[in-house]
Design a protein around this ligand. Sequence first.
Ligand SMILES: NC(=O)C1=CN([C@@H]2O[C@H](COP(=O)(O)OP(=O)(O)OC[C@H]3O[C@@H](n4cnc5c(N)ncnc54)[C@H](OP(=O)(O)O)[C@@H]3O)[C@@H](O)[C@H]2O)C=CC1
Ligand SMILES: CC(C)CCC[C@@H](C)[C@H]1CC[C@H]2[C@@H]3C(=O)C=C4C[C@@H](O)CC[C@]4(C)[C@H]3CC[C@]12C
Length: 264
Amino acid sequence: LYFYSAPENFNEEMLRGKRVIVTGASSGIGEQVAYHLARMEAHLLLTARTEAKLQKVVERCLELGAASARYVSGSMEDTTFPAVVVREAENTWGGLDMLILNHIGYSYFNYFNGDVGQVRKLLETNFLSYVAMTVSALPMLKESEGSIVVVSSVAGKIGSPFAASYSATKFALEGFFSSLRHEFIIDKVNVSITLCILGYINTENAVRAISHVIRSTPAPKEECALEIIRSGALRQRELHYPPGAVGSLRYTLFFLSNLQEALK
Ligand SMILES: NC(=O)C1=CN([C@@H]2O[C@H](COP(=O)(O)OP(=O)(O)OC[C@H]3O[C@@H](n4cnc5c(N)ncnc54)[C@H](OP(=O)(O)O)[C@@H]3O)[C@@H](O)[C@H]2O)C=CC1
Ligand SMILES: CC(C)CCC[C@@H](C)[C@H]1CC[C@H]2[C@@H]3C(=O)C=C4C[C@@H](O)CC[C@]4(C)[C@H]3CC[C@]12C
C-alpha cells in the first residue's frame, strides 16, 4: 500500500512550470538534470561553488526553454549556505516544488588515509548540508506537496573498498531520509522522498577518479539525469540506475575477496 498519491506514468509535462532547486548543478549529473528540466520548461535555481560554470549552465538552460533560470554560488561546506539557497527560492518564487540534492565534495578513490578531519568535512558537505537544505525547504514543500530527491550511490548501500569516507556520508543519507520518510507517512505529510542509488556514471570527475582502476564502461550521465527526474516526479522511494548496479558491485566484491583468500 502506498501512502503517497503517486502518478503512474511519467510525462515530461509534469515538470512544466515547476519550481526546482538543483545542487551541484555546475557539472556532471547535476548539470544534465538542469538541461532536462530546462527542456521541460521548469523554473530553475542552480547552485554550486564555481560561478563561471553556473553562468554558462544557466545560459544554456534559457536556450533550452527553461521558464526561468538563475543561480546562487557558494560552498555547502559553509553551514549557513543551505539556508541562503532556499531563501533565494522563497524570495523569487514564493514557493518550491522539487528539491534535488546532488552535490558532493571532493573524495579520493584509495585506502582510507586516517584523516578524521577530512571525514568530518565530507560529512558536512555530503550529508549535513542535505539535512539543512531539507529543513529550510520543508515549509514550502509541505505547502506544494512537493518532492525531495536525494542522489546517493551503490557505495551508500554496500561498503566498497577505497571509498570509506564517501561511503559513510551516503549511508548516512539513507538512514536519515528513510527515517524521515516514515515520519512523513505517520504525520500525513505529503512530501515524497526519492533516494537515487547510482552505479558508475561517466561524469568527468568520476572517470578521472576511477578509470585507471575500474575498466567497466560507465553509464551515460544524460540518461541517468532523466531517470533521476522521472523517479522524483513519480514520487518513487528508490531509483536504481543503471539497473542491477547494487548486484554487480556485490558480485565484484565477492570475487575480489575470494581472490584475496586464495592468495593468502
Ligand atoms: N559519477 C558517478 O559515477 C557517481 C555519482 N554518484 C552521485 O551523483 C552525484 C553527482 O555526481 P557527479 O555528477 O559525478 O559529480 P561531479 O563531481 O561531476 O559534480 C559535483 C558537483 O558538486 C559541486 N560541488 C563540489 N563541491 C562542492 C561544495 N563544497 N559545495 C557545493 N557544491 C559543490 C560541483 O561544483 P563546484 O566544484 O563548482 O562547486 C559540481 O557541480 C553525487 O551525489 C554522487 O555521489 C553516485 C554514484 C556514482
Ligand atoms: C560492478 C563494478 C564494475 C562496479 C563497481 C562500481 C563501484 C566501484 C563504484 C560505483 C560508485 C562509485 C563511487 C561513487 O559513487 C562516486 C565517487 C565520487 C568520486 O568523486 C570518486 C569516486 C567515487 C567514490 C566512486 C568510487 C567507485 C564506486 C564505489
